[in-house]
Each structure stands twice: as C-alpha cells, then as structure tokens.
Design a protein around this ligand. Sequence first.
Ligand code: NDP
Ligand code: 2IT
Length: 446
Amino acid sequence: MSEYIEKILNDVKVKNPNEPEFHQAVHEVLESLEVVLQRHPEYQSLKILERMVEPERVVMFRVPWMDDQGEIHINRGYRIEMNSAIGPYKGGLRFHPSVTLGILKFLGFEQVFKNSLTTLPMGGGKGGSDFNTKGKSDNEIMRFCQSFMTELCRHIGPNTDVPAGDIGVGTREIGFLYGQYKRIRNESTGVLTGKGINWGGSLVRPEATGFGCVYFAQEMLKTHNTGFEDKVVAVSGFGNVAWGAVQKVNDLGGKVVTLSGPDGFIYDPDGIKGEKVDYMLKLRSSNKDAVEDYSKEFGVEFFQGKKPWGVKVDVALPCATENEIYADDAKELIKNGCICVCEGANMPTTMEAYDVIKEAKILYAPGKASNAGGVATSGLEMSQNSMRLPWPREEVDKRLHEIMVRIHNTCIETAEKFGNAGNYVIGANIAGFLKVADAMIDQGLV
Ligand code: NDP
Ligand code: 2IT
C-alpha cells in the first residue's frame, strides 16, 4: 500500500475512532484505487480521496416515542449525507439495535460507489436508528416512525435526499414514514422509495435487491460457461433481500437449501420454494427476529447459533448483514466446492475472508456491485414518480436486468483495463469512483 493511501487510512482512523466498519469499507475502496492514482495523479493533488471520506453532512437527532403501556423511550436517529456529486443523496434507513454512527457511515460510503455503478443520477446517503423492531406492535412501530420523520423531514426532499428501506425498514415502515412526511410538508412527492404500489411505489422494488443479486451471479456463472440450473445455493438472512434472491434462484432452476437469522440457520434439502417462500414474508413481519419457526413449520433441521456456510453448496448468497462470512467460513465454503460468492448484503465478507476467497480464485462479487439492484429500482421509482406514470412489471424488471448486466460488464471491463482481470472488487471500486471523482472535479471545490 502506498504511503499516501496509508496516511489517509490512518487519518480516517484517528478522526473517526470506534468506527471499525467505516475503516473497513474505506480500506477496501482505497486499496483498489492505488492503480488509478498512478495513472491519474490529479485525484491526489485535488485531494479527492480526502474529500470523499468526509461526509458532506451528518444529522443526528433525538427520537422520543411512547410504547403501548405509556412508557417513554428515547432512540437516536441519523442521516448521513455522504456525497451528492452525481445526484440527490440516496440510500436506505436501517432500524436495528446495532446501528451506530460508524455503521451508517460505512453504509453511506459504500452507497456512493454503488449508486454511481447503477448509471442513474443518485448520490449516496444512509440513515436509521438504534430502534429495535423486535417484539414491537404495529402501533409502536408507527409512533416511532412518526417521531423519526418529524425531525428527518427537515433534511430530506425529492431533489435533496431520498431515503428507502434497509434492515428493519420495509414497506410498512416506509408507509408510516411517508404518511408523516405528507402531513407535515403537505406534498405528495417521491421523497421516499420502496413505497406501496397504490401510493407511488414501483412494481418489482420489493424483489429488486434479491433479483438483481441473482441476475449478477448469473452473469458471473456465465463467465465460467454455466448457470443456475441444478445449482445448490446457500442463502443467509430471511428478510427482504433473501426473499427476492430465493425466488429468482428458483426461477432460474437452482435450489436454495438454507436461510439464517440471528438465532441460527435452517437446512431444507428439498429446497425453499412455493408456500415456503411466502412463509418468509410472515417470518419477516412477525418481528420475532428468528428463523427457527421455519423448521417447526416445515419439519426441517435447525442449527442453533450456527451460520449456513458449512453446508455443501455451489453458490453462496450472503443476504443478512455485514461481516457474516469469516475466514474459516470462506475456507469451509471453498472446501465444499463452492464456486461463487455473490453478496446480497452490504459488506458481509470480512477482510480476512476476502483474502481466503481471492487466494482460491473463485468467483466473488462485492455488494456494492451485486446488490445495486435495490437502489437501481429505487432510482426507477423516482423516475416514475417524476413522470407520474407507473411502468408495468415487465418494464421495470427488464430495466433492472439490463442494469445488473451492465454493472457486471463494467466491473469486468474496468478490472481488465486497470490490470486486474476478473477482480470484481477492483472493477466495482474503480468504476464507481471515477464517475463521482470526475463530477466532483467538474463542480469545483466541493
Ligand atoms: P431485513 O430486515 O428485511 O432482513 C435482514 C435479515 O438479516 C434478517 O434476517 C435479519 O434478522 C438479519 N439480521 C439483521 N441484523 C443482524 C445481525 N446483527 N446478526 C444476524 N442477523 C441479522 O433487511 P434486508 O433484507 O433489507 O437487508 C439485508 C442486507 O441487505 C443488509 O446488509 C442490507 O444493508 C442489504 N441491502 C438491502 C437492500 C434493500 O433494498 N433492502 C438493498 C441492498 C442491500 P433481524 O433483522 O430480524 O435481526
Ligand atoms: O443498501 C442499499 O442499497 C439499500 N438499502 C437500498 C437503498 C435505496 O435507496 O433503495
């Protein structure tokens, strides 16, 4: 690593203590950019990297709300407005007790490059709260969302910052947030994406991240002259992204045999299909934060406290959360013959696990490329909202598919151009970076 990059990384650590996930995300991107800096010293002299690691704006606020028993609770709300060089800030909201400033900064940072890769005009942002949806009633979730939006609405807008869902935030939460925004601002605009289909949402948005991830994996497999037919697939998580991924693997003739939650994983050798896929929606909306009920419902094995990476599969699609594949998990996957890891979640692979994967030379795609289908379809929702014209399902799905194929090819072409053929990480980081960096230069000292 060059002295220059090392210095930036060190400064990031000193300036942002106790934010290991942010350091990790910055490290991965900056490492990839060395070869760019060698060819384009102007990025260094104009301090583009130093600017990019500093959010344009961070909003932190108090979220007071009352539970069903009348007790008052205080949570912390955030919105990280990371970079608006190529469009309004865009990125999800996460409600989970593990949410901290550092987690959201890592996600906002990743989002900048991801959104750039989609080819749509969207800057990067992320937000959320340490609110725990587990065990909450619908009314409690509504009151929390209303309080959260009462402050957030001052900072967002359809041309300023457009949030969407992430962990713990799905259509139900987006509905409560949108309703409150409308009451306060007295306007119906595309200020949020992931809306319900009857009130401005786009068809295919709920499935888009998972579909996009599998479309991307399909392109990766094609480079090895194979496809999903008869492939056995491990999926982690059981939420929105996992649900979309399972459906698309089934469509393409593969078989998903695992799902996981914070409690452990289930192994279903017959494949998760038909009513079992619909059951995932119930699990997600039950607010129980557990996958074990699936094993009771369908009589399959549940492995408490374990992750699904020890199962023999051809393809792994991590769709739960960050840092869920460690070096030992990667070794297990490879030992069992896995040929492709394609990330549905954001940064699910630790740096040590990535080293193991790189060494083994199996196909590997980073989330900022392979899970970009969610935000890309959010971008399509914004277009439809601006036109006030909804597109049919086939149209949205076709555009999503085209976008994922394009991102895949951009990664391949960019990696090759910069001397790292076949490396999707380097391809994604460089391609995502160049567009944003050049836009920043065009716009002066921003
Ligand atoms: P959901 O809330 O729908 O599901 C998240 C899943 O991950 C659930 O199974 C959840 O269980 C589990 N999970 C969450 N946190 C942890 C944790 N700390 N340890 C173990 N398991 C955990 O979220 P999504 O499906 O939307 O998000 C999944 C991943 O995909 C995240 O990394 C997200 O950033 C990423 N992503 C999401 C997009 C979207 O459009 N929704 C787009 C692109 C990426 P529980 O929450 O019940 O604890
Ligand atoms: O991580 C992500 O890309 C998302 N959670 C989706 C963001 C969005 O604005 O649709």
